[in-house]
Each structure stands twice: as C-alpha cells, then as structure tokens.
Design a protein around this ligand. Structure first.
Ligand SMILES: Nc1nc2c(ncn2[C@@H]2O[C@H](COP(=O)(O)OP(=O)(O)O)[C@@H](O)[C@H]2O)c(=O)[nH]1
Ligand SMILES: [Mg+2]
Length: 468
C-alpha cells in the first residue's frame, strides 16, 4: 500500500516537472553542441536567480501588507494650518520618542527660519506691505505712514541691519526647499528628502546624502552666526512700543500665527540653542503631498506594535489626493480649529470655520468611510480663548450665534452641536460622535490624549472584528 502511494507521488512529481513551463523552456534540444549547452545552462541559472528574486520581493511585499493589516491605521484630515502635523508630532513624542529625538536638528533650522520669517512679516507690516511684499493701502494716521515719523528712521536702520539675515533666509529657502516657498512660509514636498537636506540621517538616506553635509554645515553655521549678531535688533524691533501699537491698530495678532517664535529670541539666537519638544511642535512647515509615517512603538508596554499615520496637505487644491487613503484607514482624526474670525490663507474670501464645516460634511457623508471611526479635535482652543478674551464678538462673524454669551464654553458648545448635527444626519451608518477640545502645542495634555485615542481605536477595531 505504502509502496504504491510513494510510486504514485514520484510519478506525479515527474509529470509536474515535465509540465513546468520553466523546465520546458530550457529543455535540451536534440543535437545540442557543447557550446550551446553551456549557454543554455547559464541562461537557465540566470532565469532561476531572477525568479528567486521575484519570489523574495513578493514575499517581502506580503510581509509588509500583513504587518500593515495588523497595524492601526490613522488618517489625519483638516484644512491647511489646522494642526495635523502638530498632532502627528504629539503621536511621535508619545510613542516613538527616540525617533523624535533624532529629528531635533532638522527642526532647529526650521525654527530659526520661522523666526526670521516673523521678522520679515513684522517689517512688512510696519512698512505697510503684505507678507509677500505687495504694497497695502496705508491707513492715514498709522505709525510708519508718514515719511518724517520717528518710526521710519528707526525702521530704516533696523531694516538695513537685518537685511543680510533676510537675504540669507531667502537663499536658504531656495537651496533647501520647494520652489513654491513664499517669503511667509517654508514649503516642502512630502517625504524625507527635505529632512535629509537639513542633516537628518536614517539608514535609507545616509549614504546618498553624505556629500551634502559639508556645504550644508557651512550654511547652517553662517545662519547661527548671523542670528546671534542680529539678536538685539530682532528683540528691540519686536518689543518696541511703536511696533506693538502698529500691530494693535491693524488688529494683527502675530502671536497666534503659525511658527511664531519672537518671544524666544534670546534662546533661539544662542549658538548653543537646542529646540525643546514644545518648540518642535510649534515649528511650521507646509507639506505638499501625502506623507505616510510608520511608527514602530518604542514604549515598553506596546513595544514592537506599530501603526501608520497619514498626514496630508490640507490646501483646497490638494484635497482630491486624500481619496486613495480612505480605503485603508481605520480611524480619521479630523482637525477643526474654531477660527470663526479668520479666512483661509489660500482663499481669503473663505471663512476658515465655514470651510471646516463643508469639509466635515464631505467626510461624514463619504461612503468609503462609512465603517471608519471619525474623531474630531477642536484644535487651537488656546487661540479661541485669547480671541474671545480680546473682545472679538462671534455674532459679528456668525450672525446665527445671536446674543449667546461670548465665552469659550458657550461658543464651543454652539459649534460642536453643528458638527455633531451633520455627523448624525450625514453618516451613511450610525456611528458615535467622538470629540475632544485640544491645543496641540500643549504637549503635556495632547500626548496623554493621543494615547487614550489610540487605545480607543484599537478597542473599537477589536470589537468590530469580533462582530464579523
Ligand atoms: N496656538 C496654537 N498653535 C497651534 C495649535 N496646533 C497647531 N498649531 C500651530 O499652527 C501651525 C500649523 O500647524 P500644522 O500642524 O503645521 O498644520 P497642518 O497644516 O494642519 O499640518 C504650526 O505652527 C503649529 O505649531 C494649537 O492648538 N494652538
Ligand atoms: Mg502639515
């Protein structure tokens, strides 16, 4: 019995071998010469090697895919400047602190450039030109509008002293970043290239960038020297009474603008400056394109577990590029700052909060996302609080708010109810409305929150897979 089945197995294997197209293709022809045989055997070995490589890369792709399926997959959505990248940094701080530490040097240069951008913005405001250098209408009796005003001579001197710093910033931006970087902001293309240009090394990029180091080190050293030399002028420009009055008259709150570091001039211009975690979360670069971050958790309890966070560009023109990522996401973190009195950077006719609500409606009603948890972060709560405290009235921007109290709790509840209403009405299937009030630059509370949110997502997905 056993002998027969072994015979059959051997017969089947021989048959399979004779039907294998690979073997058939390299079968020895009749009357083959020795030279032809050598060539045929070599071609056969080459083909076998290629085939093995293909098998290996298929297996690797499958391993990656399996790992991805097991991991938590989070998609960060929201308009530009809503705080997506700041939330991502909080995730990195909470779960991959060692990796976060490696990027500190990259952020140092970004923060130094952010500081110079604020100086430029300030000089432009005082010169009555917009942040991109275009002339603005000058109110008739503001400081700086009269050629003989004392501010003008002071301004002229400071402008002159700081002009090498401003031109260095322009040169650096041109060397390091996308062509689209404007005087106001640093614009980078998604991926790690921009980080490696600023000195970040990981195993994948270390070799190809080693030649860049020298030139970049010189540029970075010069930047540090120039910043140190300009320290007092930057500080006195910012703290000057006339400057502060000019900002007040124009109702510009520079402190709430992205990448604001003018309160930290002393620290940031020091040659030994090392960014704190909080500095890094406050730093601003605009990302074009979609960045996927693979976080392999370093914290003891979850060590080795991993998740993927996708950070997108929030610009209106870029939102179509989000769709391919909908399929794969287990949870969406939607960032909605309650900036009822601000307009979009890319379209100054569109109110930020109205834009957020429109975007929210689209996300809630999207059938591709019907099974996805959506968690909303009402971010920038610190800015909302300061805005209301400074006396800005919601009803002037949102007439339907009426005479309700102009206070954080009431204003938040009003807008939260609107978001909640659309969530209930537009979701293709019923799902829980989960909302948090956040200030992503407050790393203490935000890192704690993202840990809770992460646990919630895992729990929810386990429950869902149990139900299936
Ligand atoms: N004051 C304040 N600034 C924030 C908050 N969240 C983010 N930012 C800052 O706002 C700017 C834009 O945030 P970012 O995360 O780059 O926005 P993204 O375009 O959605 O990725 C950055 O300078 C952040 O540090 C917040 O809650 N409060
Ligand atoms: Mg971003």
């Amino acid at each position: 019995m056993v002998a027969i089945s072994k015979f059959k197995q051997k017969q089947r294997a021989t048959m399979e071998l004779s039907e294998n197209p690979f073997i058939v293709a390299f079968k020895a022809p009749a009357n083959e010469t020795e030279e032809e045989r050598i060539r045929r055997v070599r071609a056969f070995q080459d083909a076998q090697r290629v085939s093995r490589q293909i098998d290996e890369s298929l297996q690797e792709a499958k391993r990656i895919l399996d790992r991805r399926k097991r991991a938590t997959r989070i998609l960060l959505l929201g308009q530009a400047e809503s705080g997506k990248s700041a939330v991502l940094k909080n995730f990195q701080l909470a779960f991959t602190p060692q990796q976060f530490q490696k990027e500190r040097d990259v952020w140092k240069t970004i923060i130094q450039l952010n500081l110079i951008s604020s100086v430029r913005t300030l000089l432009n405001i005082l010169n009555d030109v917009d942040p991109n250098g275009q002339s603005l209408m000058t109110p008739p009796h503001t400081p700086g509008s009269h050629s003989n005003s004392p501010l003008n001579s002071k301004l002229r001197r400071i402008h002159l002293v700081l002009s090498p710093l401003l031109s260095m910033e322009t040169d650096l931006k041109n060397i390091l970043f996308s062509a689209g970087s404007s005087p106001r902001e640093i614009r980078v293309t998604a991926g790690t290239t921009w980080k490696s240009k600023l000195g970040f090394r990981d195993s994948a990029t270390s070799q190809q960038n080693s030649q860049l180091t020298n030139a970049q080190n010189i540029v970075k050293t010069n930047l540090v020297k120039l910043l140190e030399a300009s320290k007092n002028d930057i500080d006195s420009l910012w703290k000057d009474e006339d400057t502060q009055r000019a900002l007040q008259e124009r109702e510009i709150n520079l402190r709430d603008s992205p990448g604001f570091f003018l309160d930290d001039v002393e620290r940031i211009t020091s040659p030994s400056y090392q960014p704190t975690d909080s500095d890094i979360v406050r730093a601003r670069v605009r990302t074009d394109g979609v960045e996927e971050h693979h976080l392999v958790l370093e914290t003891a309890r979850l060590k080795g577990n991993d998740f993927y966070i996708t950070d997108v560009s929030g610009m209106r023109s870029a939102r179509h590029s989000w769709i391919p990522f909908f399929d794969d996401a287990q949870a969406i973190l939607f960032l909605a700052p309650l900036m009822f009195n601000q307009m979009l950077e890319e379209d100054p006719h569109v109110n930020r909060l109205e834009d957020s609500l429109l975007l929210w409606k689209e996300i809630c009603s999207n059938v591709l996302l019907a099974n996805c948890n959506i968690i909303i972060f009402f971010n920038k709560m610190d800015i909302l609080r300061r805005t209301l405290e400074s006396g800005v009235e919601v009803r002037k921007y949102v007439p339907s708010y009426g005479d309700a109290p102009n206070e954080v709790a009431s204003v938040t509840k009003y807008f939260k109810d609107r978001f909640k209403g659309y969530h209930r009405k537009l979701s293709p299937k019923p799902r829980t409305f989960i909302a948090h009030e956040t200030s992503a630059i407050d790393i203490h509370s935000t890192t704690a929150l993202v840990i809770t949110v992460h646990e919630g997502i895992i729990r929810d997905n386990l429950e869902k897979s149990d139900m299936i």
